[in-house]
Design a protein around this ligand. Structure first.
Ligand code: BJW
Ligand code: ZN
Length: 240
């Protein structure tokens, strides 16, 4: 199926949701998690993005985040982020659900973004629980400490941790109400986001998947558009 078919689906939609993953920021120069560029100093993300890894070696985990904060601060939103920001203005209902923590959707002008895996630019104290915005790059010391002397961690969701309830409920509400769900730049390897495409399909919504390569969702998606999100999403938005 084709771009024309995807455009027709969008043109007929009232309520639209989009789910994005690391592939949407790849053309801004940010590394994805899986695939050939997914390793960081020979560590797999699955071995770094866990509370156990942080408890074992907070400095190592922070070094990974420090490098990603540096890259994200230097990055600019790409045409994929811009197309999703433009789509928000076209529909009476539009919800952007992102697994990305880089903040690029907001920088591209998206106003309603559910960052279900948290945000690189906030820290959370492991002792007193205080959450603060902190955009300093580099941080003065690794691992950073709270005013209460507690250890600070990135305010992100690691494996085995629950997603923020309000954000996840909002995401499922959008998936359960949409006429069309756009799933862009995600491998679908991580739950619960990985099940959102099938959940939308199960209740009869159309799913437009945009990815450089096929994923487990591609065979079931209403339309699978193979290619770069930074090229396909603007083409989709132009026709919507
Ligand atoms: C392009 C492109 C271009 C490239 N254009 N495309 C079975 C069922 C249900 C759950 C589980 C299960 N087994 C295990 C679980 C639990 C676990 C899980 O899913 N594990 C899997 C490994 C199986 N999930 C969890 O633990 C979650 N929590 C949870 O379930 O809680 C339950 C609970 C309840 C109550 C109490 C306690 C617990 C939490 C998951 C958190 C994931 N966190 C991370 C790190 C976030 C912070 C950070 O960024 O550092 O989130 S891991 C990492 O993966 C990150 C990403 O958001 C996430 C998804 O990755 P994404 O975005 O899909 O990236 P990639 O690299 O995988 O894919 C990129 C794609 O882009 C590829 O397809 C490319 O082809 C494509 N691409 N360039 C278009 N230019
Ligand atoms: Zn504290």
């Amino acid at each position: 199926m084709s771009l024309a078919e995807a455009r027709r689906l969008l043109a007929a939609a009232r309520s639209v949701a989009a789910l994005t993953g690391a592939g949407v920021s790849a053309e801004s120069g940010l590394a994805t998690f899986r695939g050939s560029e997914g390793l960081w100093r020979r560590h797999r993300p699955e071995d770094l993005a866990t509370p156990e890894a942080f408890a074992r070696d907070p400095r190592l985990v922070w070094a990974w985040y420090e490098e990603r904060r540096r890259a994200a601060a230097a990055a600019r939103p790409n045409p994929a982020h811009e197309a999703l920001a433009a789509l928000e203005n076209r529909f009476p209902e539009f919800t952007l659900i992102t697994q990305n923590v880089d903040g690029l959707h907001a920088r591209a002008g998206s106003r309603r973004v559910l960052e279900i895996h948290g945000c690189l630019w906030r820290t959370r104290c492991c002792s007193c629980g205080e959450v603060r915005e902190d955009r300093r790059v580099p941080l003065p010391a690794l691992p950073p400490r709270c005013a209460c002397e507690g250890l600070l961690r990135p305010d992100v969701v690691w494996f085995g941790e629950p997603l923020p309830f309000e954000l996840l409920s909002g995401a499922f509400r959008a998936v359960d109400a949409c006429d069309v769900l756009i799933v862009a730049g995600t491998s679908g390897a991580v739950q619960p986001a990985g099940s959102m495409g099938r959940r939308a399909l199960a209740r009869g919504a159309a799913v437009i998947e945009v990815n450089l390569e096929r994923t487990p969702l591609s065979g079931e998606a209403t339309v699978f558009l193979e290619g770069r999100a930074g090229e396909i999403l603007p083409a989709l938005a132009r026709g919507a």
